[in-house]
Design a protein around this ligand. Structure first.
Ligand SMILES: *[C@@H]1O[C@H](CO)[C@@H](O)[C@H](O)[C@H]1NC(C)=O
Ligand SMILES: *[C@@H]1O[C@H](CO)[C@@H](O)[C@H](O)[C@H]1NC(C)=O
Ligand SMILES: *[C@@H]1O[C@H](CO)[C@@H](O)[C@H](O)[C@H]1NC(C)=O
Ligand SMILES: *[C@@H]1O[C@H](CO)[C@@H](O)[C@H](O)[C@H]1NC(C)=O
Length: 456
């Protein structure tokens, strides 16, 4: 009996020790296991697993063909299906006269500047640099600032005073904050559609951007050839006086803004993209030109200009060289484009999005928000299509979603620098915009220097 107890005791002791060792090991493994899980979770690995493939499955509410409804809205008729998304904020400051007043009442370019109530100095610097409305006598332009509301009454009062003097501030009744940027953007659209449809182009810019007004004007003459046109400008403009030689046309006749393809509203066929540019066969091919843009181009920023390499489109438009004006019905949505980029899935990112918010593994093609140019036709189509696009809090993604619904493919140009392009006197010749000029003094200094060099 005693032996039995003794054996039992020994056995228990042994067993317990084993168990303790095992549980120690187990604890260690468990710790490693869970921290791995935690890490993976942090970097969004599990979210990635549940992402839906963009290419085959992409739909975004409203899920249906919206072209009919958009056309109805544009004709001021009642659409079959009621809009699902509207930004119904009031305008506190309206400036209804801002775009009026010229003899024939047509403008070429309207800068619509996304500003914040408290950025008084930035607005002053813009009014005295790239925002000067009479910069070019043959380019009637306007500069308008769009803001939300500020909680501080003193700041608000100062804004009202500024608006009284310059009459160029549009204020809408929503709280001005980062995650309300989509509201600000769409209220800008709303204002333009309501009070300012007499311009051919609209440039949306943040108030911390350097803009070369001169390069903008060149770009909108012929986006596909920018900045090639600028480099060759003497030759091209000189050609008007000379006899046309076949050699002058080399490399140009590949450029195709095929109007018929883009603009097929009547037949209601799903229309292929905005416009299509083929790679040039000449020695001054666009590709080479783009590569020059800046040395510090980062792997992660490298973008494939996919739509510029389409070889199945018919060649047309030899007149392109001499007819340096885009047709009125062109749907241009241009800027720095990300064709295929993925949502941020690691928590604590400023741009973290949940699967519920957006379930696909890629964003639609989108133009980075700091600066982009729209033609009037694109403005109207995007505005009315936004009525059938579920709200999204990042404004550039939202416009990408809207553009996809409207069948507008964004047009990529590297000279819209969404980061701060390293400045030297000679590195900004072809720059259309550069981010990172939140210091008004610096903006003025650089803009004036570039203007003196003939680059701004
Ligand atoms: C956005 O603006 C609306 C309307 O003023 C406000 O209710 C909301 O809190 C704002 N959102 C953020 C994130 O500031
Ligand atoms: C490019 O230029 C070189 C010399 O300048 C010439 O020999 C060649 O034929 C040109 N190529 C094309 C495609 O025009
Ligand atoms: C590329 O970008 C990443 C992240 O923005 C940065 O950490 C890295 O230094 C950059 N590389 C170069 C060569 O500029
Ligand atoms: C070229 O255009 C055709 C017709 O629009 C399209 O099917 C094809 O995918 C395009 N190719 C590229 C490389 O974009």
């Amino acid at each position: 009996m005693c032996c039995y107890f003794f054996e039992y005791y020994l056995f228990r002791l042994y067993f317990q020790r084993c168990r303790r060792t095992i549980s120690k090991i187990k604890l260690g493994y468990m710790l490693i296991f869970f921290s791995m899980i935690g890490l993976l979770e942090f970097f969004g690995a599990f979210v990635h697993i549940f992402e839906i493939t963009y290419d085959e499955n992409f739909v975004y509410p409203y899920e249906g063909n919206v072209h009919e409804f958009v056309n109805a809205l544009r004709r001021n008729e009642k659409p079959e299906v009621k809009p699902i998304n509207e930004y119904a904020y009031d305008f506190i400051l309206k400036q209804p006269q801002k775009c009026k007043g010229d003899a024939d009442n047509t403008l070429r370019l309207v800068y619509i500047v996304k500003s914040a109530v408290e950025n008084f100095d930035r607005r002053t610097a813009i009014r005295n640099s790239w925002g000067i409305e009479k910069r070019f006598f043959d380019v009637p332009a306007r500069t308008v600032f769009v803001v939300g509301t500020h909680p501080d009454d003193k700041v608000e009062a100062k804004l009202k005073q500024e608006a009284g003097i310059h009459k160029d501030i549009v204020q809408a009744d929503f709280i001005d904050s980062y995650y309300n940027n989509t509201i600000k953007t769409m209220m800008s659209f709303k204002w333009l559609v309501k009070y300012c449809t007499n311009s051919k182009f609209y440039m949306f810019v943040d108030d911390d951007m350097y803009v070369s007004a001169k390069n903008v004007v060149t770009f909108i003459r012929n986006p596909a050839n920018y900045p090639f046109l600028l480099m060759e400008s003497r030759k091209v403009y000189g050609a008007q006086k000379r006899e046309i030689k076949q050699s002058d046309l080399m490399g140009y006749n590949e450029v195709n803004f095929n109007k018929n393809i883009i603009y097929d509203r009547k037949t209601k066929t799903p229309t292929p993209p905005g416009f299509i540019v083929r790679e040039s066969t000449g020695n001054n091919s666009q590709k080479n030109v783009y590569k020059k843009s800046d040395g510090k181009s980062n792997e992660s920023l490298t973008i494939k200009n996919e739509y510029s390499l389409n070889t199945s489109m018919p060649i047309r438009v030899k007149r392109q060289l001499f007819d340096l004006e885009l047709p009125d019905d062109i749907r241009l949505f241009a800027g720095f484009v990300f064709m295929r980029s993925s949502p941020h899935r690691h928590k604590f990112s400023k741009w973290y999005v949940t699967l519920k918010e957006y379930p696909y593994h890629l964003w639609p093609p989108y133009v980075t928000a700091g600066a982009y140019i729209l033609s009037k036709e694109a403005l109207l189509d995007l505005y009315y299509t936004s009525f059938y696009t579920k709200h999204f809090r990042f404004d550039d993604i939202f416009l990408g979603l809207v553009a996809k619904k409207a069948d507008i493919v964004p047009f990529h140009c590297e000279e819209f620098h969404f980061y701060k392009k390293a400045y030297t006197k000679y590195s900004y010749k072809y720059v259309i915009t550069s981010h990172g000029y939140d210091d008004p003094g610096e903006l003025l200094q650089i803009w004036n220097e570039q203007k003196a060099l003939g680059n701004a």
